[in-house]
Design a protein around this ligand. Structure first.
Ligand SMILES: [Cu+2]
Length: 129
């Protein structure tokens, strides 16, 4: 008997707590917005499909495909970890940069430390056109 009473109590308590929270459900925690830009590293160098402009709340992802062997950009240094990310020929690599909380210019470097591209992070929304 005691067990049943406890279960009923627990059920009613969980129901009331659910009811309490339903009102504030719009306050969801920082939902990440992922922005993915395709990049080709080819004969003409580092070419992004669209400008590398990001907002401070965006999680930056570059889908990079290296299409030439005539480049030193066979790997890129991760701007946050400093680790080298290999870019195998003709294979798309998901290069997850992550978020920057403030306005910033982030250089992407090859394994030799040469500039491959620049990410522009804006604290304000990026203007269109
Ligand atoms: Cu280089």
């Amino acid at each position: 008997m005691k067990i049943i009473i406890l279960m009923v109590l627990a059920l009613s308590m969980s129901q009331t707590s659910l009811a309490d929270h339903s009102g504030g459900s719009e306050h969801s925690h920082s939902s990440k917005v992922e922005k993915v830009v395709k990049v080709e590293i080819g004969k003409k160098g580092f070419k992004a499909e669209s400008p590398l402009n990001f907002k401070s709340n965006e999680s930056i992802v570059l889908n990079i495909t290296r299409t030439t062997d005539k480049t030193c950009m066979t790997s890129l240094k991760h701007p946050k970890t400093g680790k080298l990310v290999k870019l195998p020929l003709n294979k798309q690599v998901r290069f997850e940069v992550g978020e920057y909380s403030e306005a910033k210019e982030v250089k992407l470097l090859c394994g030799m430390g040469m500039k491959a591209g620049v990410l522009h992070i804006s604290a304000k929304p990026v203007k269109k056109g």
